[in-house]
Design a protein around this ligand. Structure first.
Ligand SMILES: Nc1ncnc2c1ncn2[C@@H]1O[C@H](COP(=O)(O)OP(=O)(O)OP(=O)(O)O)[C@@H](O)[C@H]1O
Length: 196
């Protein structure tokens, strides 16, 4: 169980949000919504341990999630707006880098997002939607309980959204949690909305 207690976050001199408390149970989906600038990406970065809260606590299984930063990093997958691809490496090599970090089957992960035919192309020649699919294919490598996804479906065609929906469903069925910031429809049935 992930629990946020009274979280506040400031960027520069400005408080972006404060007094934010919520809990996410195993298998749950949470949609982070709100206007541009409301703090959705900021909250995901905070949950990923990339920004420190100005106030409040994040608990994992009842204990301070940040007490052991390496353990927290190991339990999550964070996909930001940026696809974080090396342009000169092929799709297979880009994904292989993460497979060496986390484990998992690169070929199966490529296949899960329909990328097998593009596996040997350098990432720089992929279209924006194909790059997004390659970033998302990381989710299909080794399991991690907490998925933090920032606008995961931007640029995706309908078939790729459906493939992502399959990954999300499998992850949640195994007890995984999903928090996703989005302005677009996302195949996350029975998700709770957290409006910032
Ligand atoms: N590095 C930074 N320094 C100062 N302010 C920042 C910084 N990064 C973001 N902000 C501000 O924090 C606020 C929240 O930004 P954030 O990206 O979290 O919004 P968002 O809800 O994800 O927006 P969008 O829907 O446009 O993606 C914005 O007002 C933004 O200008």
């Amino acid at each position: 169980m992930l629990q946020a207690e009274n979280l506040a976050c400031a960027r520069g001199e400005r408080v972006i949000f404060a007094g934010l408390s919520f809990a996410v149970e195993p298998g749950a989906g949470v949609l982070l919504t709100g206007a541009n600038g409301a703090g959705k990406s900021t909250l995901l970065r905070l949950l990923a341990g990339l920004l420190a809260p100005a106030e409040g606590r994040l608990l994992w299984g009842g204990a301070d999630a940040f007490a052991d930063r390496a353990a927290h990093a190991a339990r999550l997958r964070y996909l930001s707006h940026a696809d974080a691809l090396k342009p000169a490496l092929t799709a297979r090599e880009n994904l292989g880098f993460f497979a060496r970090l986390w484990g998992g089957d690169t070929a199966a992960a490529l296949e899960s997002l329909g990328l097998a035919p593009l596996a040997e192309l350098p990432a720089r020649v992929l279209s924006s939607g194909q790059k997004r699919r390659l970033a998302l294919a990381r989710l299909a490598l080794a399991p991690a309980p907490l998925w933090l996804l920032d606008e995961p479906t931007v640029g995706l065609d309908a078939a790729s959204v459906a493939r992502l929906g399959g990954l999300l469903a499998t992850h949640r069925a195994a007890g995984g949690m999903v928090l996703a910031a989005t302005h677009l429809p996302l195949p996350l049935p029975d998700a709770r909305e957290l409006r910032l």
